[in-house]
Ligand binder design. Structure first.
Ligand code: SF4
Ligand code: SF4
Ligand code: FES
Length: 248
């Protein structure tokens, strides 16, 4: 005897901010669960068979591009890495807060990330004239390269920002994603910036001192980045830098 597949209900927050007639509302869709179904597959099935107007984002379907993050039963998570068998019969989906809403489950994380990156200058600042493409690049210590790689795994999905109380209160807070990026460039021996330079970027309430250390970011990061240790580490270094600057 074969067991009947489960009937799943998805309650989805619908709203199109570009349509003046649109008002935020919950809409329920029902589909039959299939083997190995992910939320990506479920949402595509809803869009293809029931409602072509439903907006959501996916690119890689493999937890790499970061575009499918949404609130799944109130928790920021990647939809493409969420299998429906781990969900109950009823699931609530909403767009990530903090980011500009494009429509329904689609938000503009790219705009937020770009502003944060430009503000924190998240690129290697080499010495003037140090770039010489004819020169063989100096090898980096393997252990250090590994440490940098660990922090570079961030996919800019925005889950840490959506789960962050400070980011909800302060529009200019750089989030755990921004603090992690500074920690990454601070490790990089090619970057000539000093702690005094980093203090200028994150030594205030929109940076590491605005963080309340409740670590929702660490709990929700789908790439399991070591955000709690990086934030504590940066706070220690920035506090020491600020203290030195204040001494006459
Ligand atoms: S730190 Fe983690 S949760 Fe935050 S943007 Fe990067 S991958 Fe996403
Ligand atoms: S620990 Fe800091 S960055 Fe992480 S969620 Fe809390 S306030 Fe935001
Ligand atoms: S679709 Fe790329 S991370 Fe989910």
């Amino acid at each position: 005897m074969t067991m009947a597949n489960r009937q799943l209900k998805f309650h989805i927050l619908r709203y199109n901010p570009r349509d003046i007639a649109s008002v935020p509302r919950m809409q329920t869709y029902e589909i039959e669960e299939a083997d190995g179904m992910t939320l990506f597959i479920a949402l595509n099935e809803i869009r293809e068979r029931q409602d072509p107007s439903l907006q959501f984002d996916f690119v890689c379907r493999a937890g790499i591009c970061g575009s499918c993050a949404m609130m799944i039963n109130g928790r920021p998570t990647l939809a493409c890495r969420t299998v429906t068998k781990n969900l109950g019969l009823e699931t609530t989906l909403a767009p990530l807060p903090v980011f500009e809403l494009i429509g329904d489950l689609s938000v503009n994380t790219g705009k937020w990330m770009r502003q944060m990156s430009e503000r924190l200058e998240t690129w290697v600042h080499e010495k003037a004239g140090a770039v010489d493409i004819s020169r063989i690049e100096a090898p980096m210590d393997a252990g250090l390269a590994e440490q940098i790689y660990e922090l570079d795994r961030c996919i800019e999905c925005g889950c840490c920002v959506a789960g962050c109380g400070t980011a909800r209160m302060r529009a200019d807070f750089v989030g755990a994603v921004g603090l992690n990026k500074i920690a990454r460039f601070r490790l990089d021996p090619r970057d000539t910036r000093t702690d005094a330079d980093y203090y200028e970027l994150i030594g205030d309430d929109n940076g590491v001192f605005g963080c309340m250390s409740l670590l929702a970011c660490h709990d929700v990061c789908p790439k399991n980045l070591p955000l709690s240790t990086q934030i504590a580490y940066m706070r220690r270094h920035m506090a020491a830098t600020g203290w030195k600057q204040e001494k006459p």
